[in-house]
Design a protein around this ligand. Structure first.
Ligand code: ZN
Ligand code: ZN
Length: 762
């Protein structure tokens, strides 16, 4: 876990190295500044030359150790090579530098050269050599070292060296050899015991490790921690907790091990309670603790707000970018996206993970505009330093789908190709979904068929894409190909298939699928599936059957189910059932204006004007306001949004005037504004939402006066398109010879030559 901690403010360093007179003053400088940068080291080396100290083995040894700490092994090697007569201590420091930095091959190579030059390894040399063998799993080399130790006697008695030998054998998966060496140690120290316990645990032998732990003559905190961490990792949390309670003294590592154990095994509430206990006992958390606890909060059922507040205050005072990013993710997950943004703005030097977390947060919280704005900011601020990757691109693509902004989506796609970002299956699936949701189904299919490999999510995206475009038969075809490829469908596949059948008018096929979903694929239907079936039956005019189906459902019907039934009742003129469905809707969502409008429409169509008045009074009394319709179009990379009755657009006057002119021409080819027998009573009062101000009409009018002649017009609407707008769109597509694609809350409508792809059914 430590490796993912990146402290973004390193210890303060000296701007330059003060002059030193002799060996002693130089040593003092090094002691006071253990973290030096390469340019400091170069200044030091120059001074060593100047004072003729550059052949001083003691000083060079110290310099090499400092290089090793900052990873400057190349420079350390050059320093070492510059010394004419290195001694064993200097050699050991070089060997250590390689091993510490994971350069195990170089370490072994260096060791062989030491032997060639006649150095006799001591008990500092060998542990580094053995560590390198372990790192490379080179048991052969390790055995040679072992052999020469036995032959030469002497150092073999050194417990420090023998411990390394035991550790090497364990890490090379030779537990038997390790145990044999361990048993030969005359007086094992606590480190020896700890190595063996850790080794046995590493090889999965929990039982022997536990026995050995019980046998240990003296257990230090490391011994306890080793066992507790191992138990926690394999999910033996009860045993870990028992040991934890039993141990005489605990340190931060102990607490971290137990908290991580609970958190990683999904017991997040338990993890948080251990954390609270830790704070109570006065132990200060470190970044490892905070990272673990933050992820536990994300998974907890009922995180206690007090604990969360304390975690957040610790996190804020930490200067780790990983901790800040984890907290940011947490806020985004809980929908507190503005709080996440505050944390984001406080991070001084953001890396890609942080930018991705914030951009992804916006896209998960349905705030596509901000996601894209932030991406532009990232590009502007970090031209070369932070480069976006596939994760960034998935978030952007999803944001484009949410906005229905095809132009932007195409730009993202081009950006991916231009910058050589790998088009893996996640990104491809996001693009397939984006093109479908933005109305370009051809491009979706093209991408889909071009993929070398398709996973389940990818097939599902394609089926869903075909479904919202009403292409039921094509969706079924894709499904059969998917089965031929032996990809097993899941519940999401069936939501796609069933909605494809209902949008495509394939009632029989849909019902058959619903049966096979349970009998053949053993997938338990969710409310979404039931909703699709009600829709299927309703569209086929089988209203009584649909109502029976709703009543027999094993789950409580939700607004989608009642909404589907109501929609069907309206198309098939069944007032009685419509009234029932609308009443249920109002009960389920008392604050949703649309439901009241529907109920009122039902009463109005049955001539029950008294009931219409009651509904209106109820809406007033309960302060139910109409959610404004909102339509968006994209022109030249800019998204323009229109709200019903909107006059805020810069070209508002032109837009309204153009629409008035257009209506006159539409009337000549048969357009009669459908002021709606059903809605009349409501709408006469509700002047704001008068028909001709519907947001999709404003958007259409804007596009007709602004976009290139003959180019397709794409409109995204937040609510269902009304029948009058639908009729108007059909006629405009004929009159202006323009393809119009409207994505409403439910599906796509492709208007072309006076007709819509939905066949008047939506
Ligand atoms: Zn309308
Ligand atoms: Zn349509």
């Amino acid at each position: 876990m430590c490796s993912i901690l990146r402290n973004h403010s390193p210890l303060p360093t000296l701007p330059f190295i003060p002059r030193f007179k002799d060996q002693q003053s130089f040593s003092l400088i090094l002691q006071q500044n253990p973290h030096l940068h390469l340019h400091h080291l170069k200044q030091i080396q120059a001074q060593l030359f100047h004072k003729s100290l550059h052949q001083d083995n003691i000083l060079i040894t110290k310099l090499i150790s400092i290089c090793a700490l900052s990873g400057a092994t190349d420079y350390a090697t050059r320093l070492f090579e510059s010394v004419f007569h290195p001694d064993l201590i200097l050699c050991n420091s070089m060997l250590k530098a390689y091993t510490q930095n994971g350069l195990f091959e170089l370490a072994l190579h260096f060791y062989l050269r030491m032997l060639e030059r006649g150095f006799y390894p001591d008990h500092y040399t060998l542990p580094y050599v053995l560590k390198a063998c372990a790192g490379l799993s080179n048991v052969g080399f390790g055995e040679q070292v072992h052999g020469s130790l036995v032959k030469n006697g002497g150092v073999c008695d050194d417990v420090f060296v023998v411990n390394s030998l035991v550790d090497m054998y364990f890490k090379c998966l030779q537990s038997d050899a390790a145990m044999r060496v361990f048993q030969m140690i005359a007086e094992p120290n606590s480190t020896s015991w700890n190595i063996v316990v850790a080794g046995l645990l590493g090889s999965g032998d929990l039982e022997s490790a536990k026995n050995l732990f019980d046998e240990m003559p003296e257990r230090d905190v490391v011994s306890w921690n080793t066992l507790i961490s191992a138990l926690a990792k394999v999910g033996e949390l009860g045993k870990a907790r028992a040991l934890f309670d039993e141990m005489p003294e605990r340190n931060l590592v102990t607490w971290n091990a137990l908290i991580a154990g609970f958190s990683q095994n999904g017991q997040c509430d338990e993890a948080l309670s251990v954390f609270s206990q830790m704070l109570k006992s006065g132990v200060e958390p470190d970044n490892v603790t905070i990272l673990t606890v933050v992820s536990a909060v994300g998974g907890a059922h009922s995180p206690d707000t007090d604990a969360v507040d304390r975690i957040l205050s610790f996190a804020r005072s930490s200067n780790s970018i990983s901790v800040s990013t984890a907290v940011l993710n947490l806020y985004a997950k809980f929908g507190k996206i503005d709080d996440a943004r505050k944390i984001f703005d406080e991070i001084p030097e953001k890396d890609l993970v942080t930018w991705n977390a914030m951009i992804g947060g916006y896209s998960q919280n349905q705030r596509p505009v901000e996601a894209i704005e932030l991406f532009c900011q990232m590009q502007a601020e970090n031209r070369s330093r932070v480069k976006p990757d596939g994760v960034t691109m998935v978030s952007l693509t999803v944001s484009c789908s949410q906005m229905g902004a095809l132009g932007l989506g195409e730009w993202v796609h081009a950006y991916i190709e231009k910058n050589g970002i790998e088009l893996d299956v996640f990104l491809s699936t996001a693009l397939i979904d984006m093109y479908a949701k933005c109305g370009d189904l051809n491009c979706s299919c093209h991408l889909f068929w071009g993929l070398p490999k398709r996973d389940l999510a990818c097939w599902n995206a394609m089926i869903k894409g075909l479904a919202i475009h009403g292409q039921g038969n094509e969706a079924l075809e894709i499904f059969s190909l998917m089965e031929r490829d032996a990809v097993a469908p899941n519940d999401i596949t069936f939501v796609g298939l069933l909605s494809a059948c209902s949008h495509g008018g394939l009632a029989a096929e849909g019902l058959e699928l619903f049966d096979s979903m349970q009998s053949r694929y053993s997938i338990i239907p969710r409310i979404e599936h039931y909703g699709c079936v009600v829709d299927l039956l309703g569209r086929a005019g089988r209203l009584a059957e649909a109502y029976e189906f709703v009543k027999s459902m094993p789950v409580e019907p939700d607004v989608i189910v009642w909404g589907a039934l109501l929609g069907a009742c309206r198309s098939h003129q069944n007032v009685e059932l419509a009234e029932e469905a609308a009443r249920q809707l109002v009960e389920l969502e008392p604050k949703h204006d649309g439901n009241y409008v529907l109920l009122s429409n039902v009463y109005a169509s049955a001539g029950k004007w008294g009931d219409v008045a009651k509904v209106r009074a109820h809406m007033k009394a309960h302060d139910v306001r109409k959610k404004p319709g909102c339509s968006a179009v994209e022109l030249g990379g800019v998204v323009h949004e229109f709200i019903a009755g909107d006059r805020s657009h810069l070209r508002s006057a032109e837009i309204y005037a153009a629409w008035d002119r257009l209506v006159e021409r539409l009337k000549l080819i048969g357009y009669e504004p459908d002021t709606g027998a059903l809605l009349r009573n409501l709408e006469e009062e509700d002047k704001e939402a008068a028909l001709y101000r519907h947001s999709e009409k404003l958007a259409l009018s804007f596009m007709l006066i602004s976009s290139k002649d003959g180019s397709p017009i794409r409109i995204v609407k937040n609510l269902r398109i009304c029948s009058d707008c639908h009729r108007a769109m059909e006629l405009v597509s004929q009159l202006e010879e323009r393809e119009i694609i409207v994505r409403d809350r439910n599906r796509f409508h492709h208007f072309n030559g006076g007709h819509c792809s939905c066949g008047g059914y939506w």
